[in-house]
Design a protein around this ligand. Sequence first.
Ligand SMILES: Cc1cc2nc3c(=O)[nH]c(=O)nc-3n(C[C@H](O)[C@H](O)[C@H](O)COP(=O)(O)OP(=O)(O)OC[C@H]3O[C@@H](n4cnc5c(N)ncnc54)[C@H](O)[C@@H]3O)c2cc1C
Length: 392
Amino acid sequence: MEKFCGEKILIIGGGASGMFCALKLAAHGKSVTILELSDRLGKKLLATGNGKCNLTNVDITVADYNSPSVGGVIGRFSPKRIIEEFASLGLLTRVDSEGRVYPYSESAAAALNVLLQRLNASGAEVVCSCEVTDINYDGKKWRVESTCGEFVADKLVFATGSDATSGRNSHSLISKLGHSVTPLRYGICPLKSNQIKGANGVRAKVYASIAINGETLMGERGEMLFKDNALSGMLAFRLSSALARFREEIKECEVAIDFAPDLTLDELARFIFDYSDVYRPLDGILHKALAANVLSRVPMDRSLIMSRKKAMDLAKGCKNFKVEITGLAGKSSAQVLCGGISTDGIDMDTMQSKICKGLYIIGEAADVDGLCGGCNLHWAWASALACCEDLI
Ligand SMILES: Cc1cc2nc3c(=O)[nH]c(=O)nc-3n(C[C@H](O)[C@H](O)[C@H](O)COP(=O)(O)OP(=O)(O)OC[C@H]3O[C@@H](n4cnc5c(N)ncnc54)[C@H](O)[C@@H]3O)c2cc1C
């Protein structure tokens, strides 16, 4: 069965970037069809931001991404522009203390609903439960094979995202056209470690840095969630990107935690010397499970006298607690796939393929990943807008 679409734009993938692209193009009178593997559009969006959907972040910079090649698109389609775009769709947003932007209702369903409503009204055609299995260009038209038959179109937008947590990796459809795919590794996920004992579920506001093969790559303040076999929470998720993006052989990986980032080493040592209980010297400073972990690492004499040296050793233990990382938690708990269709083969201003004219690659399908905190959805919207600008 062949469905001839005439002067048509076909979008493969009905996730964040594909839906946004479709409704913008259709609103400009373009004839658009979305082909989506799943039985409905935007399933992943509902899971984002713990169900609240962190749409973008007002503090986004190019440095939040794996590659400076995103600079043109991020510069043109800023967080302010994305907030305005969603306002024009009828979605009111709010910004939290860390710059993260959410639907005002703090409900991902609200974001998905406005996208679906506008998409319905735009006249874009949607074909769900339709897996694209092959893509060919016959010199004039794109011919797309799918489980729902063949579709023919003038322009093709590839918006297949990734299989991080859920979804499908469909990079091979594009690699056969000459695009290369960079090595894939799941990011924005817990960092595996079994070095912290008895603190499962404990959260602490710390400063932490990650070092790979002895070189510190990134360090930030934030909230760490300690699990029996992993470091988790927003801070660990952000640090995990450094590991997921690392392309060379990983010989060792270590996270150094400062449990008292508001105090200098001397201030903390003085506090311990002046005030701490000699039996349980860290109980007034850290959660008791974390205090036990620090104490277990600090060589202490057994005397019941708090010396300046003992206080300094304890302070050092609190401010430089090293945790060996054995890996990333992997696909089932990852928010993003690092790697994808190489940006070398994409015009990063328009998102058009440099190899196949009329083919656009947007969203997470491209080798673009941002840090946890709204950067990846921002990229989905912004790259869709860049593509639309070229197609309109
Ligand atoms: C649990 C979780 C929480 C997250 N939270 C946030 C957050 O709060 N903020 C943030 O910025 N980012 C977040 N992300 C990341 C963000 O959701 C993704 O980066 C974003 O959805 C990517 O959009 P996309 O359109 O490129 O791809 P996707 O959303 O993955 O959509 C791709 C679509 O293509 C379809 N598809 C794939 N292959 C085919 C095929 N062969 N034929 C037809 N259809 C196909 C898939 O079924 C899918 O619907 C989160 C991710 C996860 C997993």
